[in-house]
Design a binder for this molecule. Structure first.
Ligand code: ATP
Ligand code: MG
Length: 327
């Protein structure tokens, strides 16, 4: 399926690759095209160093979806890189003894082994992970968008999140199990003494909802009818190596990928200066390798995009880029 058909039919598309290669420009340009071809489109930047607003030429506030003026059907969102942890804080600091005014009494119960494990497995950056989890939850909940385009952070950062559904749901699964254990055990004990009505435990619900959404997201992310990871690269040796590694990781996580954009290519014109000619020669050599390895051997759909004279920013330029991306 070419980029055009993907933009017309998929539910999610993720644009990723090395830093500075043109991920945001390609994602924004593609999202505009989809929106103008009748698909209600949401473009989400998951890069904590957001530049989506700059690219589109609009001001975006973290966490607030903004309808883009002048482009029907296009909404943009830069995610808040840190999740609102208050919702989860009590989940990670579970201390039922304290809740019951009995702290310190039963510290050596086997139940607490689980807690130690949870405490030690709460990975650094869990707030970022949960922020991404919340996005997946949003995508999996009823919404009006036909297509969600992800403008992702440079490779390393994004890769951590591709494995996230497993990590998060493993983590949440353990928390859930533990909450249930604690709930049953201490809820019953407490009611014996206090006759207090069973307090509604909202946190369980929150966790269960998040977990379900993440499992659904996992299914969607790996389904080629629903999602595609679009790799953006430049024609340089280091980029070829990194793209190879990225492809391996995508295979590992079962994320469908069929399209590679080779961006910032010097055009063949006679007016090139010596410096530009040398760069074009270098790019052409690498382009041959890219075609052989990614095109012929791995059967990827390759899209070549020229280096523009100007920076690619705002509607007109993004549209112009679109003409090269989609044909
Ligand atoms: N084909 C092109 N011709 C000219 N300029 C380009 C082209 N593609 C991208 N640019 C410019 O290169 C810069 C980086 O592009 P962009 O922000 O899209 O890359 P990115 O991969 O998203 O970067 P980051 O890794 O920082 O998120 C921008 O200033 C953009 O305007
Ligand atoms: Mg970017």
């Amino acid at each position: 399926m070419g980029l055009k058909d993907q933009l017309l039919s998929l539910k999610m598309m993720m644009f990723g690759g090395k830093g500075g290669v043109g991920k945001t420009s390609c994602a924004a340009s593609s999202a505009i095209w989809a929106a103008e071809h009748g698909r209600n489109t949401l473009i989400i930047s998951t890069d904590p160093a957001h530049s989506l607003g700059d690219s589109l030429g609009v001001e975006l506030s973290p966490g607030i979806p903004t309808q883009i003026e002048g482009i029907e059907n296009l909404t943009a969102l830069e995610i808040n890189p840190k999740a609102n942890m208050s919702e989860y804080k009590e989940l990670t600091n579970i201390n039922p003894m304290e809740e019951m005014g009995m702290s310190g009494l039963m510290d050596n119960l086997p139940l607490f082994d689980d807690m130690e494990e949870i405490a030690s497995m709460t990975p650094p950056g869990i707030d970022e992970a949960l922020a991404f989890g919340k996005i997946l939850e949003f995508v999996e909940t009823e919404h009006d968008y036909d297509l969600v385009v992800f403008d992702t952070a440079p490779t390393g950062h994004t890769l951590r999140f591709l494995g996230l559904p497993e990590t998060l749901s493993g983590w949440i699964g353990k928390l859930l199990k533990m909450r249930l254990k604690i709930g049953n055990m201490f809820g019953a004990v407490k009611r014996l003494f206090t006759k207090e009505e069973k307090k509604e435990d909202k946190s369980l619900e929150v966790l269960e909802k998040l977990n379900n959404a993440i499992m659904n997201a996992r299914e969607d992310l790996t389904n080629p009818i629903k999602n595609s990871f679009i790799i953006v690269m430049i024609s340089e040796e280091m980029a070829i190596a990194e793209t190879g590694r990225l492809l391996n990781e995508l295979i590992k996580y079962n994320i469908p990928t069929s399209t590679i954009i080779i961006n910032q290519l010097y055009r063949d014109t006679t007016e090139l200066c010596d410096f530009c000619k040398a760069r074009r020669k270098m790019q052409n050599t690498n382009l041959l390798k890219i075609k052989e390895v990614f095109g012929e051997k791995l059967n990827k759909n390759l899209i070549e995009v020229p280096l523009f004279r100007e920076e690619i920013r705002e509607y007109e330029k993004l549209k112009e880029m679109g003409e090269h991306l989609i044909n």
